[in-house]
Design a binder for this molecule. Structure first.
Ligand code: SAM
Ligand code: SF4
Length: 338
């Protein structure tokens, strides 16, 4: 008998929503300058979706046609018992309902969890790392230790996970290190993606503009040493990929501010409190925690998800071009999930 295809989540602009990013906690063991304040007040536990609620909600999304799940935070690996949740999601890989289960992590806990993640069916991880210099690493993350992250990356590779490095481009911080990062990633057999700093969270506008290192500039700077050829490789996300001819490695550029990537957007984001954001750059959301806690059955949860998708906007409004941060949204990246 032919397998029944799950119903599709199609938004008003005919984009199929097949990718869900889920923040499982707002907490983190780092305090990166561009993401969090040093003194953070985290959400009370009752506000967070429980792991069982996360399981139920993600399963409903998968039954509605989501094929790729990315777990993020905050730092996803500091959430207590999070391996239980990865295991639960792994069952959807096993039965073919999900194509990919992956996570974005700061790498600090990978030494502990890499094997268990691989066992749950995770094949790739994105590790955020902005510098290979211990002192700079400390300055950017405030609380992090570079050696612990490097050990975590090694453990991930030893467990058979493919590692991609995500580097936020920061003027005056890691702009002198871009060639070294390319070389290092090549030597380790890892892809590298540069991310433009986004106007999120509560740092002042001035700070944000000081740190702003446009990726067009970064790419031109890389071009002084490497031959970059644009490829048509796409992941359905905002990254554009180039091949480094000298090494053959792939380098991605995520430029949400200087290039519009919205037409091909296939994703929505769930916060750790169960708010569904249809667009990273817009404030409209749907309160799925309220739906679940008011006693809705799975059909009711699916109806609420479907209704939210009908509100997915065409695109976002970030704009640095007038030398002020327009279209800024007030919530933290760590709550929405980067
Ligand atoms: N803690 C994990 C980590 O750092 O990978 C996952 C959550 S973190 C919020 C996800 C990604 O968002 C990281 O790659 C981080 O560098 C990025 N990020 C955080 N704040 C950002 C900002 N203001 N602009 C651009 N990227 C940001
Ligand atoms: Fe934590 Fe990731 Fe935010 Fe850094 S970017 S403070 S590691 S959540």
């Amino acid at each position: 008998m032919a397998r029944l295809e799950p119903p599709q989540l199609i938004d008003p602009f005919q984009r199929a929503i097949t990718y869900l990013r889920v923040s499982v906690t707002d907490r983190c063991d780092f305090r990166c300058l561009y993401c969090m304040a040093e003194e953070m007040t985290f959400l009370p536990k009752r506000d967070l979706l429980s792991l069982e609620e996360l399981d139920r909600l993600c399963t409903n999304f998968i039954e509605l046609g989501v094929r790729k799940l990315r777990i993020t935070g905050g730092e996803p690996l500091v959430r207590k018992n999070i391996m239980w949740f990865f295991d639960r999601m792994g069952r959807h890989l096993g039965d073919g309902a999900l194509d990919e289960l992956t996570l974005t992590t700061n790498g600090s806990q990978l030494s502990r969890f890499a094997k268990t993640l691989a066992h749950a069916g995770v094949k790739r991880v994105n590790v955020s790392l902005d510098t290979l210099d211990e002192a700079k690493f400390k300055r950017i993350t405030r609380w992090g230790r570079l050696a612990q992250v490097l050990d975590g990356i090694e453990a991930a590779q030893a467990a058979g996970l493919r590692v991609k490095i995500n580097t936020v481009a920061l003027k005056g911080t890691n702009d002198g290190e871009i060639h070294r990062l390319v070389e290092w990633c090549d030597a380790q057999g890892m892809d590298l993606t540069f991310i433009e700093v986004m106007p999120m969270g509560d740092l002042g506008n001035e700070d944000r503009l000081d740190q702003y290192y446009p990726l067009d500039q970064l790419r031109a700077d890389l071009g002084e040493r490497w031959t970059l050829t644009e490829t048509d490789y796409r992941t359905g996300g905002p990254a554009r990929y180039f091949r480094v001819e000298e090494t053959g490695q792939r380098i991605g550029f995520i430029t949400p501010l200087t290039h519009n990537f919205c037409e091909s957007c296939n994703r929505v984001r769930l916060t750790c409190t169960g708010q569904l954001y249809m667009c990273l750059g817009q404030d409209d959301d749907a309160d799925l925690r309220k739906v679940m806690r008011s006693g809705a059955d799975d059909a009711g949860v699916k109806a609420a998800i479907g209704e939210a998708i009908t509100r997915k906007p065409k695109g976002h409004d970030f704009d640095y071009s007038r030398q002020q941060v327009d279209g800024q949204v007030g919530r933290h990246m760590s709550v929405t999930g980067g």
